[in-house]
Ligand binder design. Structure first.
Ligand code: PMP
Ligand code: GLU
Length: 397
């Protein structure tokens, strides 16, 4: 009898991916499902990036690549870090991977031993906790509620630090809340963290460009913690390249070398064609993204305005990414036609069956009072989805 590993059996399936699979299946059965479950831009990859990919194929960039990524790509990432983030990461501190997801997994695999504690402020992106568990680390969750704009202070972080703490993982702009840490808030983190130079922070900045507050702030910009921070980024979100699979880190050299070693055994370097295409994205002026960012901002208004007309739904003002994470706990205990809503999962299942709208329940992101709505969809689709959600929620008594 074949037995799956304990590691696998204890792993949760990614809730974002599970919900998007479920909505695809229901669509295939002919149901008119609107899926706002997956964090994926609905834009196509810009033509100049596709042209660079075509050119790479014509020029026979079709063979194994250096495990850490082509030199010219890492050179352009180094320039991007300097240009956009004021960060100084020479090429030998940059590792390119098969998506930011793999970048994060590499860092965790490189540093975490059995029993090491990893602080993860909640709400968090679903995969952080599962990656930590696979590495036999112990996730330590600290909660930031909607009343704090879902952000944790340096003091709250420090209270969670124990002699076993080895790492902290967070995202800004945040998936699932859209919250953005300001330069001042990160400065306070840096001042606190410099007392703990053995703790590594993974700063996941994959939504960097989708920021409605103006300037993105990176934790690694503060000299006092530069040697403790791994900055994660990638091309999936801003450049609408989710299927191309490319993420990267800027890290202390020791960690960059470790990640190259891990990836040399697990995957080798990511696709040659994707790497050449990504050079075009890295070299482009981020101003070319302004129209897309403006579109996301309009969609955010549309979704927030619609939610604010539904009594019992509480929202914060997400300043980045493309998610709204409303608190829907006031519906717990309410029913419709024999279905009683007890949890956020129950509510997302009710909205799937009654409104035919797929969303992700907050439990998977470490917040049982909320649901995540991805607004990476057209205004027309969002208008229809919000109308359906309102009708369904108003049935619950
Ligand atoms: N971090 C966050 C916060 C994300 O939302 C995602 C979305 N997939 C990732 C990392 C991984 O991105 P990638 O497609 O580059 O693996
Ligand atoms: N990050 C996206 C999300 O949160 C894509 C799905 C995934 O990679 O988990 O929906």
């Amino acid at each position: 009898m074949i037995q799956l590993s304990k590691r696998l059996l204890e792993m949760e399936e990614s809730a974002t991916i599970a919900m998007s699979r479920k909505s695809r299946e229901l669509k295939a059965e002919g149901k008119d499902i609107i899926s706002l479950s997956l964090g994926e831009p609905d834009f196509f990859t810009p033509q100049f990036i596709k042209d660079a990919a075509n050119e790479a194929m014509v020029n026979n960039f079709t063979m194994y690549t250096p495990v850490e990524g082509y030199d010219d790509l890492r050179e352009s990432i180094s320039l991007k870090f300097k240009r956009d983030n004021g960060l100084n990461y020479p090429k030998n501190q940059i590792v390119v991977s098969t998506g930011a997801k793999q970048s994060i997994a590499n860092v965790v695999m490189s540093l975490i031993n059995n029993g090491d504690e990893v602080i993860v402020p909640a709400p968090y992106w679903v995969s952080y906790v599962e990656i930590v568990k696979v590495a036999e680390g112990t996730p330590v969750i600290i909660n930031a509620g909607i009343e704090n704009d879902f952000k944790v202070t340096a003091d709250e972080l420090e209270k969670a630090i124990t002699p076993k703490t080895k790492m902290i993982i967070f995202s800004t702009p945040c998936n699932p809340t859209g919250s953005v840490y300001s330069k001042e808030e990160l400065q306070a983190w840096a001042t606190m963290l410099k007392k703990y130079p053995h703790i590594v922070v993974i700063a996941d900045e994959i939504y960097e460009h989708i920021n409605f507050t103006g300037k993105h702030a990176s934790l690694a910009q503060f000299d006092e913690v530069y040697n403790q921070v791994v900055t994660v980024n990638g091309v999936s979100k801003a450049w609408a390249m989710t299927g191309w699979r490319l993420g990267f880190i800027g890290a202390p050299k020791m960690i960059a070398d470790a990640c190259t070693k891990v990836q040399g055994q697990f995957t080798s370097g990511t696709s040659s064609i994707t790497q050449k295409a990504s050079i075009a994205a890295m070299n482009a002026d981020p101003a070319v993204l302004n129209d897309m960012i403006a579109a996301f901002k309009n969609r955010r208004e549309l979704v927030l305005n619609a939610l604010n007309t539904i009594s019992g739904v509480k929202t914060n003002l997400p300043e980045g990414a493309f998610y709204v994470f409303p608190d829907i706990s006031s519906f717990f205990g309410k029913s419709f036609e024999g279905t009683t809503i007890r949890t956020a999962e129950d509510l997302s299942m009710f909205l799937l069956s009654d409104a035919l709208v797929a969303l992700v329940s907050g439990e998977a992101f470490g917040d049982k009072n909320c649901i995540r709505i991805s607004y990476a969809a057209s205004e027309e689709t969002l208008t229809e989805a919000m109308k359906r959600i309102k009708v369904s929620l108003e049935k619950l008594k």
